[in-house]
Ligand binder design. Structure first.
Ligand code: GLU
Length: 426
């Protein structure tokens, strides 16, 4: 690192698990939690590391490393997605698992937190290789997952096909069809209406509340979206088609595009489906992908990976509201800068909780073999998100703090209460 970069970007903690623990401590201090409770809630209950041998198309065998972490199960079975990405680490999965604990508690669904990950580059693998990787990973984590133990779901670079393979593998191992072992499944396999867009739709409901308390109207509001996967792309579609917002900037993992008058979202979705990227989109100018975080806008949605907004770029962020569609995109140090500047930030454990909330509805439907209409899913999700926003906003007001600390206060107090009434075994 050159001296210049070293001075330009002050040192800050970037390890996601350490960050998750810092976020927890802020709430623990507000709640005056004793040290024993802090120790219990800060650490992951169970961490499984597996080696996954996969026959590649060329005939050779590659061994991948995979993880499944269960952070806390005080309020119900562990719940959380599985990520396939070359940058996955055990500490990242531990952070993501703990964020799931707080997320499920924030929206009041009866789960703890879990997460899984495999270190691999799915973009360079064939469908056959991915299927074999997924099935062997599912087999390796089979002893600790199940509808009443730990329920995986999609996350970065996994989707409903991945979930179908896991459900089938676990069903083969157990000897009967086990619908509720994963959520985010295809509709044909006990998936739920509305699960595909649920993360984005839940975020839209939270953003509407944020706009209401901030006196901002979403019609024609300028929106920048950093990350154009399931969450970011669906959010662009919903916020423009349902609320008439103007999506001015989009970035995916390869490129950024900008048009101050508004990017045609349908055209962007088609272009992405056809070419795999937003690069080269007509009627939009190319910009470096990380500049999408810095365009002047009313609403910024970091929808990619952790640590997108740090001390290195937070001074250049020019949004009025930030809604974290990704997990962990803003560091604690950047949080403080944004709060001091009056930016309203909807934290991940609230803003992107719509995904796991509809996962919960899917799991309930699977248990009853009775399936809901899309309208019922949407209405119930809206109720859940509005209630969660109100709870978090009230906690933030009460402690005169930001919405992240407000959400952690709500979540940590719920998990701490469950832990203390259960007691410590034995
Ligand atoms: N991976 C998503 C998340 O981070 C969804 C988890 C789930 O549906 O269990 O919230």
């Amino acid at each position: 690192m050159s001296l210049q970069t070293a001075t330009a970007a002050p040192a800050e903690e970037l390890n996601p698990f350490k960050i998750a623990q810092q976020q927890f401590e802020i709430a623990a201090n507000y709640l005056d939690l004793d040290d024993s409770m802090r120790q219990v809630l800060k650490n992951a209950k169970r961490q499984l590391v597996v080696s996954i041998p996969v026959k590649m198309d060329g005939g050779q065998v590659c061994v991948f490393e995979g993880y499944r972490v269960q952070h806390n199960v005080a309020r119900g079975p562990a719940k959380g997605g599985i990520r396939f990405h070359p940058g996955v680490t055990l500490d990242e999965v531990k952070a993501l698992a703990s964020w799931m604990t707080w997320k499920c508690a924030t929206v009041g669904i009866p789960y703890g937190g879990g997460k899984g990950g495999v270190v691999c580059d799915p973009k360079s693998m064939s469908k056959g290789e991915l299927e074999r990787l997924t099935r062997r990973y599912a087999f390796e984590i089979a002893p600790i997952i199940g509808p009443d133990r730990d329920i995986p779901a999609p996350d970065v670079y996994t989707d409903e096909q991945t979930m179908a393979w896991i459900m089938d593998t676990i069903s083969m191992v157990r000897g009967h069809t086990e619908l509720g072992v994963v959520t985010g499944k295809p509709i044909a396999l006990g998936g739920s209406q509305g699960r595909g867009e649920a993360t984005a739709r839940g975020c839209l409901y939270a953003v509407r509340e944020a706009c209401r308390v901030r006196g901002i109207t979403l019609r024609d509001a300028r929106v920048a979206i950093h990350g154009f996967g399931n969450a970011g792309a669906n959010f662009a579609r919903l916020v423009s088609s349902e609320d008439g917002a103007r999506v001015v900037a989009i970035a995916d993992s390869r490129a950024g595009v900008y048009n101050e008058h508004g990017i045609g979202v349908q055209a962007a979705l088609r272009h992405k489906a056809e070419t795999g990227t937003v690069a080269g989109l007509h009627n939009a100018e190319p910009i470096p992908r990380d500049e999408v975080l810095e365009v002047e806008c009313d609403l910024l949605c970091p929808a990619a990976l952790e640590n997108s907004i740090t001390l290195a770029n937070v001074e250049r962020v020019r949004a009025r509201i930030i809604a974290e569609l990704a997990n962990g995109p803003v560091t604690p140090a950047a949080d403080r800068v944004l709060f001091d500047r009056g930016v309203f930030l909807l934290p991940d454990i609230l803003a992107n909780a719509g995904g796991v909330t509809v996962s919960y509805y899917e799991w309930v439907q699977d248990q009853y073999s009775y399936f809901w209409t899309e309208d019922r899913v949407r209405d119930t999700l809206e109720q859940t998100m509005r209630t969660a926003f109100a709870d978090v906003y009230a906690a933030a007001e009460r402690f005169r703090t930001d919405m992240r600390a407000g959400a952690y206060v709500v979540a940590v107090s719920r998990v701490a209460e469950a832990t203390s009434v259960r007691g410590i075994f034995p």
